[in-house]
Design a protein around this ligand. Structure first.
Ligand SMILES: [Cu+2]
Length: 363
């Protein structure tokens, strides 16, 4: 039997060689995982709730604010980041926190869904891995109808994680500008005491008569101006945290790229979009020739709250008897017939100046 190959010397050299291979494999694995690891930061945010007041269309609303701003500050993270949010309650009421549209770890969500922070206390919500990438919201989770009607919400943006070098999946398209807009609706009559029921009550929500886009009330004479240069691509992240469906119309057309954080399989150009409560849509416009182009906003009120409850209480009465009893609001003034188009008000102006490039400007 030939045993010369099994001398101690050869065995030692063989072992060293194996160690080197293992070490090389470990270093290679670390090298491969490094891009994924380096993007997974832990991001910690603090939201301090205080009592506050805002004025919309001449009506003062009692609100709560996050970090003394309305809406709350934008939270922006990258897909895969670990997120923790500390809620400090310095207001006079109880509050919770909910991450709207985010895939929060079910264990964390179950543990935290009923956690309410009393005045003078704090609690850190999370920690969860941010995703899916897209436009989401955070808001109070306690007595939501009222607390959302009193301003406790903000945008939660998850940016797409950069794809590793060499991946077949390309990076997200680049945009020249990005705007985040949160729509909501408010009831001046309830706040003024002209309505028996308070903010957020089902009997008042359908009579909401003020639309807000971020911090401003939509009055028709104060549209938000988006300045752009010819050829620029603009992404608008739109979210509706209100109680009513809000419709936007832009004759020049836009492309909806994402809905609730998910890409649309076959995006196409369209000129109007209805955003239902809780929904988020990302749309893209390409600035065309210089000039000012208007986005119009409307609320399509199928029936007033009074009509709905009267029909429930007096099912035999003809709805026609009541159709002239609508309260006159921004949304339905001069439109007693629900089949008529809802009143439109300018909400955004796209102001295109000069040229970014000479390339074709098709929308
Ligand atoms: Cu609250």
């Amino acid at each position: 039997m030939k045993i010369s190959n099994f001398t101690p010397d050869r065995i030692n050299r063989g072992q060293i060689s194996n160690y080197k291979k293992i070490l090389f494999c470990l270093l290679f694995a670390v090298y491969c995982l490094l891009p994924a690891v380096s993007f997974a930061e832990t991001r910690e945010f603090t939201l301090t709730v205080t009592d506050g007041e805002i004025e919309l269309n001449g009506t003062k609303f009692m609100v709560w604010k996050y970090n003394d701003t309305f809406p709350g500050p934008e939270i922006r993270v990258k897909e895969g980041d670990v997120v923790k949010v500390k809620l400090i309650n310095k207001s006079s009421a109880k509050h919770g926190l909910f991450f709207h549209g985010l895939h929060v770890n079910p264990r964390v969500a179950l543990q935290e869904q009923d956690i309410v922070v009393e005045p003078g206390y704090e609690y850190t919500y999370g920690e969860f891995v941010a995703g899916p990438a897209g436009t989401h919201l955070y808001h109070c989770s306690y007595n939501m109808a009222e607390h959302l009607s009193r301003g406790l919400y903000g945008a939660f943006i998850v940016e797409t994680k950069p794809t590793p070098a060499g991946s077949k999946q390309g990076d997200e398209p680049k945009y020249d500008k990005e705007f985040v807009y949160i729509l909501s609706d408010w009831n001046s009559k309830a706040e003024n005491g002209d309505d028996h029921y308070g903010a957020g009550h089902p009997r008042t929500m359908l009579d909401n008569d003020i639309t807000t886009i971020n911090e401003r009330a939509v009055t028709g004479d104060n549209p938000i101006v988006m300045e752009a240069k010819k050829g620029e691509r603009i992404r608008m992240r739109l979210a509706n945290i209100g109680h009513l469906p809000h419709t936007l119309r832009f004759a020049q057309g836009f492309i909806i790229t994402h809905e609730d954080g998910y890409p649309i399989p076959q995006p196409k150009t369209q000129d109007s979009l209805t955003i239902y409560p809780g929904k988020r849509h990302d749309i893209v416009i390409t600035a065309g020739n210089p000039g000012k182009m208007t986005f119009y906003h409307s609320v399509n009120m199928p029936k007033s709250a009074g009509e709905i409850f009267e029909e429930l209480e007096f099912p035999n009465k003809q709805a026609d008897e009541h159709k002239h009893e609508h309260p006159k609001t921004l949304h339905d003034s001069s439109h007693d017939n629900k089949t008529e188009a809802a009143k439109e008000l300018p909400i955004f102006i796209l102001d295109v100046k000069g040229g970014k490039s000479d390339r074709s400007q098709r929308l």
